[in-house]
Write a new protein. Structure first.
Lengths: 328, 301
């Protein structure tokens, strides 16, 4: 390799070695810093959200009212009330409908891609499904507003097409890619020997899916669905545009009890719509806050609630996935 | 072969970086005298008007650029309190608490400027047969505990229009200046009935009403489109109902006329002072008319 001979060459080699070691170390420490920074950011966000919400937790917070009252009037002139029951139910119902739409589609697609299609089809399908994940949520919201809204009014005669059904379908489609990708991994992780054994016993494809693949990939599929739920709970822009953004509980005593054509409002959309304008007021000289300051703080408490919900969902999904890896 | 290609790519990247760096420097050097920037944020009702003012002012005074941001009256007030904006647009008055905060944060008392008037219009879908409503009827539709949920309760037959009998109430997000004004004047500061669709912009309200046959909504009169129509309003049963228009507001007939405000931290200085003076001059007030609102001089107030 070395074109020159003698001491010059050996000097160059040594220099190169030193340079390599130095650059190696710099890069290692840089990468370490990048890895740690993610952790720092998570804790930083955690700290910030808690710090902003803390005064409300200390002063105006009444857990019973907060979680069990549907009255959300943080800017009322006469009687400020902070109840998020309607938003909790809104988030829950939109997520439920979204999963009813997404789970059958995604599991079907996952099984098809993992087991029943050729290599070429699989690659094309995977690219297309990942493309679905690349569509910005505001574009999904736009589809809900412009396409689904008139369609729902026309099909059902509902007074307005911005409701649980609209948002559920849109959010369902949005969570399809994440569920498909993880479900496919889980199904491909089923040992080939299981499948070969079943085929050798003369199982049909349906029997193979129902009796062998689904039971074997059960926990992975559950994790996939849970991550889809996490996606649906956290979605903001599309639900802000598609739910109608209305404080309303879509249940009542009359059949069919759950009214999928009612407008609702979700936790995320409440934060998105109100955070920009809620004033961040400073503490008074005597240690109390002006009444207007609680609005901003209560929105952060909603953030904490959302944080807790998605945290639990993600950790559960993570533990389930870890369980699969260990067993293999 | 491969190495050669990689080298070439590196060279091109380095060259483009160098060019972009020098390019930046060149631009900086070429810019002439300092540009004066007036920052202006707030009311969603006024954002179109503020934009038109800014564009027109650019033509008269090219050395001053006005940066307009919307977001809602609450955003403008927040920026004013933090002292990060020169002029805040507002479709409602500052509360005492907000004035106090602004004074404490910036050391200056906020100063109010009335720059025009708006008739807060009540919109319905163009095929809705409703002609006029009283303020009490509006309150019974919108207020918490108000008994009216169906068009038939207002003696309006929506079947003929091909719509649903349910009234789809369209409202604004709970920190909007328009939300505050409507609550104060129409609902007498009572709260809104839950279940209204709360839109984040003046334009969104009119758009949703235009797409929903059974809907009713309130928004600035400047946002009217072909898909909606104004509802005439009367102050009470048996009193004449008036459409939101320049003449009706000027004569003091229309019950929901409100002022469009600008706030500054203390008396404005320099460019901001000149800008507000220009806005209040005939040339600036002509633009108020063009934006669909009512100039200060024309109002009977």
């Amino acid at each position: 390799m070395c074109a020159l001979r003698g001491p010059v060459c050996s000097f160059l080699t040594r220099l190169r070695r030193i340079l390599r070691i130095v650059s190696e170390r710099t890069i290692v420490s840089l990468i370490f810093l990048c890895g740690v920074s993610a952790v720092i950011f998570v804790f930083g966000i955690f700290f910030f959200v808690f710090r902003e919400g803390a005064p409300f937790l200390r002063h105006g917070f009444d857990a019973k009212e907060f979680f069990l009252s549907p009255d959300w009037y943080p800017t009322s002139a006469t009687n400020k009330r902070y109840g998020i029951l309607a938003q909790l139910i809104g988030t829950g119902t939109v997520t439920l409908v979204a999963m009813l739409v997404a789970v059958p589609f995604s599991l079907g697609a996952g099984i098809f891609i993992a087991e029943f299609c050729g290599k070429k089809t699989r690659e094309i399908m995977k690219i297309l499904i990942e493309l679905l994940a690349a569509i910005p949520s505001v574009v999904w919201g736009f589809i809900g507003l412009m396409v689904m809204n008139p369609l729902i009014i026309w099909l059902t005669g509902a007074p307005i097409g911005l409701n649980v059904l609209n948002a559920g379908v849109i959010v369902g489609l949005m969570s399809v890619p994440i569920i498909v990708t993880i479900a496919e991994d889980a199904i491909r992780a089923v040992p080939d020997t299981y499948i070969e054994a079943a085929e050798a016993l003369g199982a049909t494809r349906w029997q193979l899916v129902r009796k062998v693949i689904l039971p074997a990939a059960k926990s992975g599929l559950l994790a996939a669905v849970l991550l889809g739920v996490g996606r649906a709970v956290g979605e903001t822009m599309a639900v802000l545009m598609c739910t109608g953004h209305s404080i309303n509980i879509p249940f009542d005593g009359k059949a069919p009890f759950f009214h999928v054509l009612d407008s609702v409002r979700t936790l995320t959309a409440t934060i998105a719509a109100e955070m920009g304008e809620a004033p961040r007021l400073e503490v008074n000289a005597d240690g109390t806050f002006p009444a207007e300051a609680l609005h901003y703080q209560s929105l952060f408490v909603i953030g904490i609630v959302l944080f807790a919900v998605t945290f639990v969902i993600n950790v559960t999904a993570d533990l389930i996935v870890k369980g699969i890896r260990k067993r293999k | 072969m491969k190495n050669w290609k990689q080298e070439l790519i590196k060279c091109v990247m380095a060259a483009s970086m160098a060019v972009s760096l020098f390019g930046c420097k060149g631009e900086k050097g070429a810019s002439g005298p300092q540009k004066v920037v007036i920052s202006n944020s707030g009311s969603d009702t006024m954002v179109n008007l503020a934009q038109m003012w800014a564009e027109e002012y650019q033509k008269i005074k090219p050395e001053v650029s006005v940066e307009v941001a919307g977001g809602g009256s609450g955003v403008g007030i927040r920026d004013l309190i933090q002292g990060i904006v020169d002029i805040a647009n507002c479709s409602r008055d500052l509360t005492d608490a907000e004035k106090e905060q602004a004074k404490r944060n910036t050391g200056k008392e906020p100063v109010e400027w009335i720059v025009g008037y708006d008739a807060l219009a009540v919109y319905v879908h163009k095929s809705n047969p409703v002609e006029s409503l009283t303020l009490e009827q509006l309150a019974s539709v919108y207020a918490e505990g108000g008994p009216v949920d169906k068009w038939s309760q207002l003696n309006i037959d929506m079947k003929a229009a091909g719509g649903n009998d349910e009234i789809v109430r369209v409202s604004r997000q709970n920190s909007s200046g328009t939300y505050f004004y409507f609550r104060e004047v129409v609902l007498g500061n009572k709260d809104y009935k839950p279940g209204s669709r709360d839109m984040s912009g003046s334009k969104d309200v009119v758009e949703l009403v235009g797409k929903t046959i059974g809907a009713i909504g309130y928004s600035g009169m400047g946002y009217v489109t072909d898909a909606v129509k104004f509802v005439k309003l009367s102050a009470g049963e048996g009193k004449p109902a008036y459409e939101p228009s320049l003449e009706n507001v000027a004569a003091g007939h229309y019950p929901l006329a409100r002022s469009l405000l600008m706030y500054t931290d203390g008396q404005p200085q320099g460019a901001a002072k000149e800008y507000i003076e220009w806005i209040l001059s005939p040339a600036g007030q002509e633009i108020v008319k063009k934006a669909g609102y009512i100039p200060v001089a024309a109002s009977g107030k």
